[in-house]
Design a binder for this molecule. Structure first.
Ligand code: ZN
Length: 160
């Protein structure tokens, strides 16, 4: 039964019920009986963790590869002459294919010019049209040419 007001004098052994001094000898109440002063424990400073710098993963900036697109950068004028020429030759080869195969050289020229127009970077479909007409002209011309030759041979044979 601990009570601050009830203490035994360490000097004379008298039991005191109250007061800070012994009623028998007058010595002061020992400090030990007094409640221990609360020693403020030094608050351990919480270790301040250094703000962890968030690792910045520097992503290498991939510069988007710029693909040179000649079709977009060049104007329609690029290779326009070649394109027109190839188409003209293709049409000529078509028209002349019925005429003893004279269209074939035009068709070949049209094919070459078409390839040159594309190589020059002409963006339109004109070289393609020239190429197609040229091929058709060559095929038709060759076909009719061989029919013609066959006809001549047949005619020569029948003349015998
Ligand atoms: Zn005392």
């Amino acid at each position: 039964m601990e009570n601050n007001s009830n203490w035994i004098c360490p000097t004379c052994g008298a039991s005191n019920t109250s007061g800070k001094f012994c009623v028998n000898c007058g010595s002061a109440q020992p400090a030990a009986a007094q409640p221990e002063p609360v020693v403020a424990e030094p608050v351990a400073a919480e270790p301040v963790q250094p703000a962890q710098a968030e690792p910045v993963y520097s992503q290498p900036v991939y510069s988007e590869p710029v693909y040179a697109q000649p079709a977009q950068t060049t104007s329609f004028k690029t290779g326009m002459g070649l394109a027109i020429a190839s188409l003209a030759c293709g049409v000529m080869s078509l028209c002349l294919s019925y005429c003893y195969g004279f269209g074939i050289p035009f068709g070949i020229a049209g094919l070459i010019l078409s390839g040159k127009a594309v190589a020059a970077g002409h963006p339109s479909k004109m070289p393609l049209a020239g190429k197609i007409t040229s091929i058709v002209g060559i095929v038709l011309g060759a076909l009719l040419f061989f029919i013609l030759i066959a006809g001549i041979i047949a005619g020569a044979a029948s003349d015998r």
